[in-house]
Design a binder for this molecule. Structure first.
Ligand SMILES: [Zn+2]
Ligand SMILES: [Zn+2]
Length: 254
C-alpha cells in the first residue's frame, strides 16, 4: 500500500467512525428525550422505540414514520417545558388539585437578568390571568410564611431529580399539587415583552397550569402546549386551558 492509498483508507475509516459516533449520539439523545418525557420506559426494545417515535410524531403532527427523521430531530430540539408529556396512569385528574381556593405564592429567588419588580409584575400578571377564569385567588407572601407555590431560579442540578440543561432546551418545570414548586432555568436569556428573549410571563403562565394540576395539551394554540412558542404579545389563556382549569376548580363567579 503506498502512502497516498494509506492516507485515503485512514480518511475513509475516520469518516466511518465519526459517522457511527454521530449516529449513536443521536440515538442516545433520542432515547433520553423519549424517556424524559415518558414516551418510553428505560431499556426499551427497538420495537418499543419505534412505537414511541411514531406516537410522538402523531401527537405533534409530524410525518409519521417511526424513524428518527430530520423533521423529528428538529422538533425535539425546540425549547420546551420540562414537565412530562405522558403522565403515569396512577395520576387521576381529581387526586391532584388544591383543596382550597385561596392560594399563596412566594418568590424565593430571582434571576439577576431582570429587576425584582419586573419579575414580580410578570408573575402577578400570570397568576391574574388564571384567577380571571376560576374561583381561585393567588396572594403573594414573603419572609418565613409558608406558600403553596414556591418560585425559584436554578442552574443545572438543583436537588429535585430534574436537572436543568443550560441555555435552550428545557426552560422551566413545575410540580403538581400539592407540591406547587415552580422552577426556572437561570441559564436562559429571560426577558419581559421582547421577542428576542425567552418570555418570563409566557413561561410562567404555562408553569402555573401544572402547579394547579393541568397536564400538557396537544393543541398548539393552548398555553399548556409543551413547546415554547416564542413571545406572544398580550398572551391569554386559550379555550382549551380554560376548559382544563374550570373542570378542576369551577368557573369564575364574581
Ligand atoms: Zn409544561
Ligand atoms: Zn426543579
Amino acid at each position: 500500500m503506498n502512502l497516498r492509498m494509506l492516507v485515503f483508507v485512514t480518511f475513509l475509516s475516520l469518516v466511518t467512525v465519526l459517522h457511527s459516533m454521530m449516529l449513536s449520539t443521536g440515538q442516545k439523545d433520542l432515547v433520553e428525550y423519549l424517556v424524559q418525557y415518558r414516551y418510553l420506559q428505560p431499556n426499551a426494545t427497538d420495537a418499543q422505540l419505534q412505537r414511541a417515535i411514531r406516537f410522538f410524531q402523531q401527537k405533534f403532527n409530524l410525518t409519521v414514520t417511526g424513524i428518527f427523521t430530520q423533521e423529528t430531530r428538529n422538533f425535539m430540539n425546540k425549547s420546551r417545558c420540562g414537565f412530562p408529556d405522558i403522565l403515569p396512569e396512577e395520576y387521576s385528574l381529581y387526586d391532584i388539585k388544591w383543596d382550597k381556593k385561596d392560594l399563596t405564592f412566594k418568590i424565593e429567588s430571582f434571576t439577576n437578568q431582570l429587576t425584582q419588580d419586573q419579575q414580580r409584575t410578570e408573575f402577578k400578571r400570570a397568576f391574574d390571568e388564571w384567577e380571571r377564569q376560576t374561583q381561585l385567588t393567588f396572594t403573594e407572601v414573603s419572609g418565613t410564611t409558608e406558600a403553596n407555590f414556591k418560585i425559584n431560579f436554578y442552574k443545572k442540578a438543583h436537588n429535585d431529580g430534574s436537572d436543568f440543561d443550560g441555555p435552550s432546551g428545557v426552560l422551566a418545570h413545575a410540580f403538581y399539587p400539592r407540591t406547587g414548586d415552580i422552577h426556572f432555568d437561570d441559564d436562559e436569556d429571560w426577558g419581559v415583552n421582547v421577542s428576542s428573549k425567552t418570555d418570563l410571563y409566557g413561561v410562567m403562565l404555562h408553569e402555573i397550569g401544572h402547579a394547579l394540576g393541568i397536564e400538557h395539551s396537544d393543541d398548539s394554540s393552548a398555553v399548556m402546549y409543551p413547546m415554547y412558542r416564542g413571545y406572544v404579545k398580550d398572551l391569554k389563556l386559550h379555550q382549551d386551558d380554560i376548559a382544563g382549569i374550570q373542570e378542576l376548580y369551577g368557573k369564575y363567579q364574581s
